[in-house]
Design a protein around this ligand. Sequence first.
Ligand code: PMP
Length: 442
Amino acid sequence: MKMNTRAQSRLLLSTLLLSLLMNKACAFVVQSKIPRPSSLGSTKTNDAEISINPVVASVKVSKTVEIFSLVKQMETDGEKVTSLCVGEPDFLPPKAVLDAATAAILRGDTKYTAVTGTADLRNAIADDLKRRKGLEYNPQTEIVVGNGAKQSVYQGILATCGPGDAAIIPAPYWPSYPEMVALVGAEPIIVETTRESGYLMTPKALRKALEANPHVKLIFLCSPGNPTGGVYRKDDLLALAKVLDDYPNVAVLADEIYERLVYEGDCPSFASIDRMFSRTMTVNGFSKAYAMTGLRLGYVAAPQHLAKAITTIQSQLTSCAGSISQAAGVAALTQVSDDELLENVKIMKQKRDFVLGELEKIPGVSVSVPPNGAFYILPDVSGYYDGDDTELCLQLLKSKKLALVPGSSFGAPGTIRISYATSMEELKIAIEKLADFLGEQS
Ligand code: PMP
């Protein structure tokens, strides 16, 4: 039977919804003709049976990406979806960035760069880290520019962990951390945090996890945190460092991609804490502060031996980040003023306060710790759907066309993650939809 495009995409959409509902891993393909495996185990066709590497088969597809793909499919079908599921600022990159990218294209700046990035960009990164964070990295040997912080995180993990090793991940966490750890064959050790601690890992919890898991090689510190917005202060970091003094073989991956989006106080780098420089990989990028998500530009700054290992990995995986994006990155760091970025922070704070205020009015929804950075809120909605946040998000998407991500994919069951980096108009619509939907449940 021949189906028209609309009927085909409707069929695909129901398949996707069903797949999400059954909580199954699902790769998104455009042609419904391609046979879909029920899991990533193996694909049987008439011609061949190819089994998938069991390591990959055990890795979950990002729920944010799954929901985002669903939203894109619904939009292709002509449906209007309100989407607060992706961590992407709604504003354009600064003009200086757009101009630099355009100029780079027109100059024909389209060749491979050095594996670790152009000298201009590495110098600009080193200067920026020194000026704002007091960190001294050698731009020749200690900075590796990659295609987004995501790649930098993965390469940092691969450089330090392998089969038999373990990595400590404080929960709630960015969902890619445990899956990336599993991809390198290591074991993710989840350390729960509490609302009382502002969702920050306490020194006591860290010590307990290290004592219980002798194979730990790496710990993750994400500040400000996705999805909690929690920010580690200097005292918090000093206390964690004191524990780590007893574990000299444990590295730290400090994911500071949201460090320019902090509402009160500062956000010190873990590498700036006494004695911690030599074990820390500082990851940062251009996606959040400069809204350069699609330009795919991030970096890791780390002591030479770690940076060298990361460079070796990158040289075999992608050679280098895009030359146009790197030119844009130089402009971001050298031509965009702190004041211009602070304007965005002010706007984000207004949005955060609006969403917090509106959530407070919805019965059965609570936000115990107001986020102090990034652009996410993680309200507790465990009173609905018996705490099944995935079901709640799916029904919300189906009935109100509002896309949020279930907190369970961040290690925070019973919550939903709202990304408020969108326009005020969209936020108002979203909150109305959420309030209506939850009101209908009672
Ligand atoms: N780390 C965290 C905590 C993130 O939330 C993200 C993006 N959602 C990244 C890293 C990756 O950012 P990018 O690859 O776009 O630079």
